[in-house]
Design a protein around this ligand. Structure first.
Ligand code: AMP
Length: 282
């Protein structure tokens, strides 16, 4: 497995693969890898001839009061895991390589980013789409895999690719969970043992939403109240949002009449955790 830190070197390698007619698969990450990331890597491997994984904690997608500085990092462990998966290149640029002095160009998806996490993290998705477009121009993938764990991000990237006519196929992959249901996340490392218990409230709330809907509770107002009370009955939790939205356009719905995305953001101690699932009426 080759480690590349230079944009130019990555682009030259991608160009040489293109000339050979190789299909390039790509998984962008912020590192501190877990089985969720590795499931994306395995899927990408199946669908491509050459596989690139990037590790870059992207400063421009973090707000001033967010966890950029303390975001967990362990490049050596990450590289060991990726090598085992048969990854061809791990691309690890630093912030100066990606955003040299004078950088001033951003890309923004305007509507899909208004609700859910976008409402609470101003500038976050602008940072995400900008870095992903840059990475696409550097790695030149034919196919890129993103997790449904970050459902809004996946929809935003798909929209950007469509709107800007990028020649990349964006594929979603299901959320990988711990045996007890907690969605895997690099941020789970922030949780103390007791907070880890409370973090289970997100997954359990999504299951509760499905149960309530099956029992005929279809009013979103009622569902939101039930879920908030349920989550906040666990210690150390504070709900940021509970939303029920159309899975395509992410617009809020008032009643569950069709498959609907239930998306949650909850602070457990200082860790901001998100989770989601599609709730289906009977
Ligand atoms: P991150 O390193 O958190 O930026 O995530 C990199 C990619 O992995 C994104 O496409 C995420 O949606 C995806 N991902 C993160 N956690 C999971 C998970 N538990 N299951 C599946 N994909 C995930």
């Amino acid at each position: 497995m080759r480690r590349i830190v230079s944009i130019k070197e990555m682009q030259e390698l991608a160009n040489s693969w293109k000339r050979e007619g190789k299909k390039i698969g790509f998984v962008p990450t912020m590192g501190f890898l877990h089985e969720g990331h590795l499931s994306l890597v395995r899927k990408a491997k199946e669908l491509s001839d050459k596989l690139v994984v990037s590790i870059f904690v992207n400063p421009i997608q973090f707000g001033p009061s967010e966890d950029f500085n303390k975001y967990p990092r362990d490049i050596e462990r990450d590289c060991m895991l990726l090598e085992k998966e048969g990854v061809d290149v791990v691309f690890i640029p630093d912030a100066k390589e990606m955003y040299p002095e004078g950088f001033q160009t951003y890309v923004e998806v305007t509507e899909l980013t208004k609700g859910l996490c976008g409402a609470f993290r101003p500038g976050h998705f602008r940072g995400v789409t900008t870095v992903v477009l840059k990475l696409f121009n550097i790695v030149k993938p034919d196919i890129a895999i993103f997790g449904e764990k970050d459902y809004q991000q996946l929809q935003v990237i798909k929209r950007m690719v469509k709107d800007l006519n990028l020649d990349v196929e964006v594929v979603g992959a299901p959320t990988v969970r711990e045996p007890d249901g907690l969605a895997m996340s690099s941020r789970n490392t922030y949780l103390s043992e007791k907070e880890r218990e409370s973090a289970l409230s997100l997954y359990r709330a999504l299951s509760l939403a499905q149960e309530l809907v099956e029992k005929g509770v279809l009013s979103v107002q009622k569902l939101k109240k039930e879920l908030k009370d349920f989550i906040e009955s666990y210690p150390y939790t504070k709900v940021q949002y509970i939303e029920f939205v159309d899975p395509e356009n992410l617009k809020p719905v008032e009643e569950i009449k069709a498959p609907t995305l239930c998306a949650l953001a909850v602070f457990v101690g200082n860790a901001r955790l998100i989770d989601n699932s599609i709730i289906k009426p009977k």
